[in-house]
Design a binder for this molecule. Structure first.
Ligand SMILES: Cc1cc2nc3c(=O)[nH]c(=O)nc-3n(C[C@H](O)[C@H](O)[C@H](O)COP(=O)(O)O)c2cc1C
Length: 289
């Protein structure tokens, strides 16, 4: 209420609705269900009774701009990647509330022919598929067999480690998704992590710390809290090191689980050290299986 007034129309006659209230728009009934923190405090689901359409506000959306209107009209791979990315970057930290609200809505047993979120495409073919997915994401269940490897480098030593680690992960039958941080949008990295078994994060040391390009990813760990994901750090350094310690701090603040000691090498890795990196990747893959 306060928000509407501050943004738009101080002086309008605004009526606040609560769960169960209905408005009849002349044969078109809108029924309201409060859904606080999905994902703003005043969020509500609106149910268009006669047409059995759920308008869930910010839930079930995607930041996906296309000339199409319905989810079944677009490339399904892009659609689901966008839905994952949206959940990871907007709703992940609110997962316990998402789970509670969805279970509540399912119990209501409302017939739902269509779900029209405020962002992105409308779900009309099997609309409950996205609801089931949200429940799985909220509970931390995932179906994919991949591990994300995200890193940056100045002079390629950390890249050499990342490649050897990726081969080690792959040798255990798990897909390594290699994402060089300057070439990957931070929201894509978090989107991929949603369905991944875990993440390996690498940086060389610069002034006792990470490369600055890692800062947005570490910030995302801390605020989005990918609870329960398994993680570890790696990187090259010259003398005192420091990057992996900083990475581990953010992993812990993000409520992820550090399953391995960090893997570090001084300067350019030797063949022997690259074998060590391969084994590190392999051990990580075993730990997340
Ligand atoms: C500007 C600058 C600052 C650095 N600061 C540190 C440091 O504080 N501690 C350290 O151990 N190494 C430091 N290094 C060394 C790098 O971590 C080292 O060269 C490393 O092998 C680079 O890895 P990369 O090839 O993946 O970029 C620094 C290097 C540069 C260029």
């Amino acid at each position: 209420m306060d928000e509407l007034k501050k943004h738009y129309a101080n002086g309008w006659d605004i009526q606040t609705v609560k769960t169960g209230d209905e408005i009849d728009l002349g044969g078109k009934t809108l029924r309201f269900y409060e859904a606080p923190m999905l994902h703003w405090p005043e969020s509500m689901f609106t149910y268009y009774v006669e047409k059995e359409v759920l308008l869930p506000n910010d839930a079930f959306g995607q930041h996906y701009a296309t000339e199409k209107r319905f989810a079944d009209e677009v490339d399904q791979n892009i659609l689901w990647k966008e839905a994952e990315k949206y959940y990871a970057n907007i709703l992940w930290p609110l997962s316990s509330m998402v789970q509670r609200k969805i279970e509540e809505v399912i119990k209501l047993g409302l017939p739902i022919k269509m779900i029209a979120p405020s962002h992105g495409l409308i779900w009309r073919k099997n609309p409950l598929e996205i609801v089931t997915k949200y429940l799985a994401w909220a509970k931390g269940e995932r179906t994919s067999n991949k591990v994300v490897i995200a890193w940056d480098t100045m002079w390629q030593s950390t890249t050499k480690l990342a490649r050897a680690i990726a081969e080690g992960v792959e040798s255990e039958g798990i897909t390594p998704l290699v994402m060089l941080i300057p070439h990957s949008d931070r929201s894509d990295i978090m989107g991929e992590l949603l369905e991944a078994k875990g993440i390996l994060v690498g940086s060389p040391t610069l002034h006792n710390d990470i490369l600055p390009t890692l800062a947005p990813i570490l910030s995302d760990f801390e605020v989005l809290k990918p609870k329960g994901k398994k993680a570890a750090a790696f990187g090259s350094y010259g003398w005192g090191g420091g990057a992996v310690k900083r990475i581990q701090e953010s992993i812990e603040r993000g409520k992820m689980e550090i399953v391995m000691e960090p893997f570090t090498v001084k300067w350019v890795p030797t063949d022997e050290e690259l074998k060590g990196a391969f084994e590190f990747g392999r051990a990580f893959a075993k730990a997340v299986k």
